[in-house]
Every structure is written in C-alpha cells, then in structure tokens.
Design a protein around this ligand. Sequence first.
Ligand code: CMC
Length: 392
Amino acid sequence: AGVFTYDPGFTSTASCDSTITYIDGDQGELWYRGYPIEQLAAKSNYLETCYLLLYGELPNPAQMADFDARVTRHTMVHEQMHNFYRGFRRDAHPMATMVGVVGAMSAFYHDSVDINDPVQREVASIRLIAKMPTIAAMAYKYSIGQPFVYPDNELDYASNFLKMCFSVPAEKYTVNPALAKAMDRIMMLHADHEQNASTSTVRLAGSSGANPFACIAAGIACLWGPAHGGANQAALEMLRQIGSVDRIPEYIAKAKDKNDPFKLMGFGHRVYKNFDPRAKVMKESADEVLDLLGFHNNPTLQVAKELEKIALEDPYFIEKKLYPNVDFYSGIILEAMGFPTSMFTPIFAISRTVGWIAQWKEMIADPQNKIGRPRQLYVGADRRDYVDLKSR
Ligand code: CMC
C-alpha cells in the first residue's frame, strides 16, 4: 500500500533533470543546449549538432575535426554482421531489422559494454552514431535485394548515407549536394526532443545498467509505433490515400468523429500546443527539394498543403490546439528523394540516436540515477483461494 500520484501517459510527471533540450510547447520553441532550432537549422550541420548535444557546447575547429575523425573511423560494421542480416526475411520492415542488428551490437563490440567505464561509454556512443546510417542503409539494401554498399569516409555524414542507400557497385554515383543538405537538416531537426517515449524508453532500459546497444535497440522499438516516429510513414501513406484535394473534407470529418479511430497523422503533439517549430523548417525544406527535383505539382504535396490549411481553420483543430508536427512534411521530402515509406522511420532512428545517447550518458553520470520503477494503482481481483482444475 502507499499513496501514489496517478499519471497515466506521464502527462505531468518529470522523470529527470536534464540540461540537453528545452521545449516551450505553448510558444512552439525548441532549443538544443540553449540554441534555438531555427538557428541551428540555418547555420549548423548534423555532426556539429551531435557534438553540441553530447558535450554541451559548440566545438571549436580543432574539436570539430577530432570529432569528425572519430566518428568517420567507425562507420563500418563488423563484417560478420553481414551474415546476421541474411538471417532476416527479405520483406522484413527495416525497423525490425534495425532493432535486431543494433541489439546484437553488444555481441560484436565487447570492448564497449562496461557502462561504468567512461572510455567504454564514449566508444559505444561514437560507434552508435557512426554505424547507424550504415546499419539502416544495409537494412534497405537487403530489403530490395541489392548488394550492401560500404561507407565512404570521404563524404560527410548525410552524403555518405545517401550514397549507401542509392548507389550500386556497377554504376558511378554522385551525391546531389542540395539533397545531402536537405537530409542533413532532417537529421538535425530530429536529433533530440527531451523525454519523448523512445528517449524515456532508453533511459528506463539504461537505468537497470543494461548495455548501451540494448538500450538503443529498445529506443528503436519504441520509436517504430505510429503515434511516435512511425507517424512519418503513416502521414505519407495517409496523404496518398486521400489522393486528391476534393477528398480532404471526408478525412477531416473522419478525424473529428469520436467513434472513428482515424487521426490525422502528422498532426498534434503531447507538448506542442502551437506550431511545431521543426515543421516550419521542414515545410521550407520540402518546397526547396520539390522545386529542385521538379516536383512542384506533386499531388501529395498539394494535398498536404490544402489539408494543413483546412485543418488550421477548423474549430475542432483550433480548440484542441492540433498543429502539424515534424512528421507532416518530412515524408514528402524523403519520398521525393526516392526513399520508400518503410525507410522514413529508420531515418528518424538514425537522427535520434545522438539524442538517445546524450540522454543515456547524462543519466549514467547523474549521481541521483536509480532504476526507473513506476508504481501502479491495483484495480484487480481481491485476495481469493486457488480452486483445483477439476473443480472449475
Ligand atoms: N487527429 C484528430 N484528433 C486528434 C489528433 C489527430 N492527429 N491528435 C489528437 N487528437 C485529439 C484526440 O482525439 C483528443 O481528443 P479528445 O480530447 O476529444 O479525447 C485530443 O485531440 C487530445 O489528444 P490526445 O490523443 O489526448 O493527446 P496525446 O498528447 O495523448 O497524443 C499524439 C499526442 C501525438 C500521440 C496525437 O496527437 C496523435 O496520435 N497524433 C497523430 C500521430 C502523430 O502525428 N505522431 C507524431 C508526433 S510528433 C513526432 C514524434 O515525437 O514522434
């Protein structure tokens, strides 16, 4: 017995102190280590943002070069892992493959699983950030029956990922710098988001002392759900299903109907009760990329723009403060780049890995850290006596 605060969904429970990310949901503000996301999106790049999230400050040129070199050194995965991939069915969702492969990393990298050793923690962190694009690209290549493409350490983080996904050994491949920049921005916008479901999962898993690869695998599993990272895939599939502007009212009506489980994917957020600041940047990026690729008349984008306009003027969405979130526009960019919808959430997972790690490291280093162990209000049967099988 005892008196507990009952808070399903943790809508009003803070589980930790954190110095990493700040969100003001009413104002629609997001800061990484104090820097507004809009400034980072305009001026920084993903790897520099990783450094900022992990170490708390922007790097000087020497620190940046050192970090870049450390990450780049670890981009390849253990050769034996290729066999591990081959154990999966070809039609496995890349997120399923990633949960397995990342979880298995502890079996491949024994020298980075002692969480009490800060050097091992650091090696595990760098390995995860460096290998995640390779792991996701391999999951994709495996699913389409093409050979795995090794990382190219001459390229920046985003370009390398695009090359591993879209090149084949038989042909020369040149990364389009504008697309690499758009990919880098998508990664930066997803890098951290304080105590969301997957990050809380990583912290909870880590609070027992589990190794970092197992914790990140748990985060990937949680991210996959359509209410969280899976929303980018679900949002694009919804836009395609709507198909044309004249069918929007029908879907708006479904979303408002209490008896219909349908929700507008890419709309609403637990914390933002205003425009998601990431969605604003993403919307600009979507316009740029689609212009660049000659997709301005893309029907999916037209449905997205019209849907956003109608929803923002609808009393239901206004009253419930439902605004487009980051996932509403990211899928359109990724589709234009040539990614299948099944790769949208893996790209979110690559991007969020640094946030998960920064939060995990912060937790391990916190002297107040103890195992996460929520309580419950028991509402089950009263004490009763066992009845033998024959007598039931
Ligand atoms: N379409 C229609 N109605 C909605 C929507 C939506 N997308 N989102 C929330 N509502 C309604 C909801 O039915 C509820 O109505 P009522 O008060 O009458 O019961 C009210 O708005 C409050 O919503 P809630 O579900 O209680 O809020 P929550 O904080 O538990 O859920 C959410 C937040 C993001 C899970 C939810 O808005 C949702 O499912 N959105 C669609 C999925 C999505 O886009 N997820 C991505 C989130 S951003 C990226 C990430 O962090 O992963």
